[in-house]
Design a binder for this molecule. Sequence first.
Ligand SMILES: CC(C)(COP(=O)(O)OP(=O)(O)OC[C@H]1O[C@@H](n2cnc3c(N)ncnc32)[C@H](O)[C@@H]1OP(=O)(O)O)[C@@H](O)C(=O)NCCC(=O)NCCS
Length: 388
Amino acid sequence: MIVGMDVVNPNIVPGLQGVYFTESKISDVDGTNGKLYYRGYSIESLAKDSTFEEVCYLLIEGKLPTAKELKNFDTRLKGEREIPEPVLSIINGMTGKAHPMDVLRTAVSALPAYDRKAYADSREDNLRKSIALVSKFGSITAAIGRRMSGKGYVKPDPSLTHAANFLYMLKGKAPDPNDAKILDLMLILHAEHSSNASTFSTLVTGSTLSDIYAAVTAGVATLKGPLHGGADEAALKMMREIGRPENTERYINDALGKKERIMGFGHRVYRTYDPRARIIRSTLEKLQNHSSPEVRNLTAIALREEKMMIEKLGKTKGIWPNVDLFSGPVYTSIGIEPDLFTPLFAVSRIPGWCAHLLEYWEHDRLLRPLESYTGPLDIKYVPIGKRR
Ligand SMILES: CC(C)(COP(=O)(O)OP(=O)(O)OC[C@H]1O[C@@H](n2cnc3c(N)ncnc32)[C@H](O)[C@@H]1OP(=O)(O)O)[C@@H](O)C(=O)NCCC(=O)NCCS
């Protein structure tokens, strides 16, 4: 009998919680001890010493690059920054109420039309497409940000790093180096996280031997939800509803009383403080003295939420701050609007999605779980004219 095929006593695991479906050498999420490793390197060491470009190489190629390898990789990334003109027209044409994640998803799904070798599927071809995707996700998201603020497209600047170029394309002026450094850190922290929902859906699509563009489009669609990548935007929305730091306790007590979830807390794997949130927290501490009153206010609310939730749910239920709690004040401090938080998460996560696809395709097996059917059987078919 095939494992799991016992139709009488099926082993149903809601949300696939705790289920292993493959082996991977890409990242290790230790939910008990609050540790995260990319290819064996701790997230703390990468956050301290690395750059997003280097982390992309590490995730996709499987090792840290030499100086020469990094230079080549960087040149390839920079060479892929332009957005095909028709894709830019799609972005600029999607006006109205479309969420930026919907615009990103649509733009990404249009990319193969402008790649002459879109369906070539050797490892080398998929590596080239991965580099193009990492690069273009940044440009497309910046272009979406420009469209949202009614401004025109800004061409990429090849003299800038990935993070600095993103801010340049978004704002139309050279970014403050400190802002670019903060964004680079955020990109590193969000770059990879094992078989989270969007990576899993990327792999489900990829496992059918569909192409990389289709697979990462599925990833973008999945990331949008507020239980996953959309939590950063939802957490900021909550902070804005709280309004003032002194309202935090009342707001949270009311929400918990109504059995609502507090965004930026809890995690399927971490039952302790998310190590990425811990790293962002040190950036947040500096924002307590930021020149913008809005940033100072959001920071104070986030810190009060953190304290209160740890006391209320941390030790009792294992609901601790996650990576999305502090993103809002940090992104606000570098001038990024809430609508763009989740697309920016996709800009960070695209190397992780591509790395997983490349790895999974080495031993592809169609992902096809089972449902246990609980409905009736052998019902007599009644022609439509005789149904009541
Ligand atoms: C991420 C998340 C979906 C994980 O959920 P999960 O593993 O399915 O957790 P569970 O649903 O088993 O939660 C266990 C308990 O904690 C509660 N809980 C979980 N997250 C909570 C939160 N953010 N706020 C309040 N209570 C929460 C659940 O309601 C449940 O309570 P119960 O035992 O009384 O029913 C969940 O924590 C959540 O919705 N968080 C908010 C969204 C978020 O920040 N997402 C980003 C994740 S990086």
